[in-house]
Design a protein around this ligand. Structure first.
Ligand code: SF4
Length: 550
């Protein structure tokens, strides 16, 4: 005789850690750490204690947690390859040196700022400096004893590392040509400045469920990657109210990529900061905190839908109805701003490419010298690991371009140099599985020889792990670092390939082709074969992403 099963008890729906619904108990060690002490307080301990007593005095909860709010991560100890890493705890990979991120938030770096950034690199970071795809300068080899002095030098030129990492409002992406582009819809700079003034170092916004990424651009080319930020303000023209911003929410990549959703509202320039605060507060209050893997705004937006999100924003946070925007808001072209372009005041801006964002201290100092020599306004960083020199007189353009080339910056780069990005990778990143920057630089050299006259842009994004810091899913050829089998059945560094992703005109995620796994050593030939197939098979005018989607 079989026993009759007891009737199932209705299961109590478990919260996801949303504060606004009463789930305030910390549910994981990250939440507990933030509850134990506001992460912004770690600044005081760095100044008063850790920088004086050295690395061994650092509380582990600060070292691997709250330091991030100061833009500091321990870097990867040398000597571990991807295979060994799989069996190690994070602590075992800690070096006694730090990676430090300096946020620029779309600001113009003048000659003094560039020289300060360069000399910090020379004096305190073994010459390292990378331009990241979030408008940051990233150093390596930083010692805790040097941090107070570095902060002083940065603050003297208006820069900070504050909340450059951590569960906080991360560095903002702005248009590199804000206020100077001839075809700009609206200059978002005042809004960016106001958001920064309200939120940086503000405990109200320093304990978010996870990172929160912001993009503000009034340029029609969507040059600040609005599709993949948590909140984006995108220049638009309302048929009655004129220039303003569309509000997009819930974009992000990593392991569950989602494109941002347009809320269908029009925000005037002087209300952008209010709307930003409302969206960030929704994330803080309703965001999921139980599982780190679901603690991004995109999951809440996906569950709520744009109608509910707008309603909560209007009723609970802004206490006013927003203006609906019927404008479709389609970008006019892809905007990396590389090359020479005339500004709205008759001067010129020059977009120039280092190789995969890698610069160095001497280069930054030399760039500051060039800015002074030619009387230019300064430099902005781009969301594509490039930079834009602003305010160059027409008569000086060609000599400025030539001088940039002598310091390693190319204003007329090949497709491959222009359109290849790489994340930090195994050289310094503890999460990395494979090497990226040097691998991508070698790939560029090979492709420049094999396809010197490519007549259409093809983007290549090289990533050291699934976290997609260099945007695996939105490149024509997106590479996600992982261990793969070589021909001898050995596990070696390699990549899972995603083909046909894009931002801008045809924003879309690339297709992950399971059979397309390539060893790092075989990457040059793999990309060569794919590009050769595309060039032979494309129809007239067919872009790579369209071809790959067939
Ligand atoms: Fe590190 Fe992975 Fe991000 Fe690359 S994608 S920087 S390896 S976390």
């Amino acid at each position: 005789m079989t026993a009759t099963p007891a009737p199932a008890r209705p299961r109590r729906k478990r919260g996801e850690g949303q504060w606004a619904l009463g789930y305030t108990e910390p549910l994981n060690k990250n939440e507990q750490s933030k509850k134990d002490d506001n992460p912004l307080n770690v600044r005081g301990r760095i100044l008063s204690t850790y920088s004086k007593r050295g690395f061994d005095s650092i509380d582990p909860a600060d070292l691997r947690g709250r330091f991030r709010w100061m833009g500091l991560y321990t870097q990867r100890a040398p000597g571990f390859d991807g295979g060994k890493t799989a069996t190690l705890e994070e602590e075992e990979l800690d070096d006694r040196f730090f990676m430090m991120r300096v946020r620029t938030d779309g600001a113009i770096l003048d000659a003094a700022a560039l020289r300060a950034l360069g000399m910090i690199s020379v004096d305190r970071a073994r010459g390292t400096a990378d331009i990241t795809d979030r408008n940051n300068i990233q150093y390596h080899w930083i010692q805790i004893e040097d941090v107070p002095e570095i902060w002083e030098r940065l603050e003297a030129v208006g820069l900070t590392t504050l909340e450059a990492c951590g569960d906080s409002p991360r560095p903002f992406l702005g248009s590199p040509v804000a206020g100077i582009a001839k075809d700009e819809i609206i200059d978002g700079t005042p809004a960016m400045d106001e958001i920064k003034r309200r939120v940086l170092d503000n405990p109200e916004f320093s304990n978010l469920p996870r990172k929160f990424k912001t993009s503000v651009s009034g340029h029609p080319s969507h040059d600040a990657a609005p599709e993949i930020n948590d909140v984006s303000f995108v220049g638009t023209v309302h048929p009655e109210h004129g220039p303003g911003f569309d509000l997009w929410v819930g974009g992000g990549l990593s392991t569950n990529p989602m494109l941002a959703v347009k809320l269908g509202v029009w925000i005037p320039l002087d209300e952008v900061a209010d709307a930003w605060e409302g969206v960030c507060a929704i994330f803080r209050d309703y965001g999921y905190r139980r599982l780190r893997s679901k603690a991004r705004l995109k999951f809440l937006v996906a569950d709520w839908g744009k109608e509910k999100f707008r309603e909560v924003l209007e009723t609970e946070y802004l206490q006013r109805a927003l203006v609906s925007n019927p404008s479709p808001g389609v970008p006019t072209r892809q905007g990396d701003h590389v090359g020479v372009h005339e500004q709205n005041d008759g001067k010129f801006y020059i977009g120039a490419a280092p190789v995969v964002g890698r610069v160095n201290g001497e280069l930054l100092v030399a760039l500051g010298d060039l800015v002074e020599k030619y009387g230019a306004r300064g430099v902005r960083l781009t969301a594509w690991q490039k930079l834009v020199v602003i305010g160059v007189d027409g008569a000086d353009v060609e000599s400025f371009v030539a001088d940039l080339r002598t310091i390693g910056l190319d204003a007329r780069p090949s497709n491959w140099r222009r359109n290849t990005m790489a994340c930090t990778g195994i050289e310094f990143c503890k999460l990395a599985i494979v090497e990226t920057k040097a691998r991508a630089a070698d790939l560029i050299k090979v492709l420049e020889q094999r396809f010197p006259d490519l007549d259409t842009p093809i983007t290549v994004n090289v990533n050291g792990c699934p976290n997609a810091c260099a945007r695996t899913q939105v490149a024509d050829i997106g590479l996600k670092g992982q261990l793969v089998m070589d021909a001898d059945g050995q596990q070696v560094e390699g990549f899972q390939v995603h083909l046909g992703g894009a931002l801008g005109l045809q924003a879309n995620f690339g297709r992950k082709l399971r059979a397309h796994k390539v060893t790092s050593a075989g990457l040059d030939d793999y990309v060569t074969a794919v590009v050769t197939n595309y060039l032979a098979d494309r129809t007239e005018g067919e872009q790579f992403a369209e071809w790959a989607a067939r």
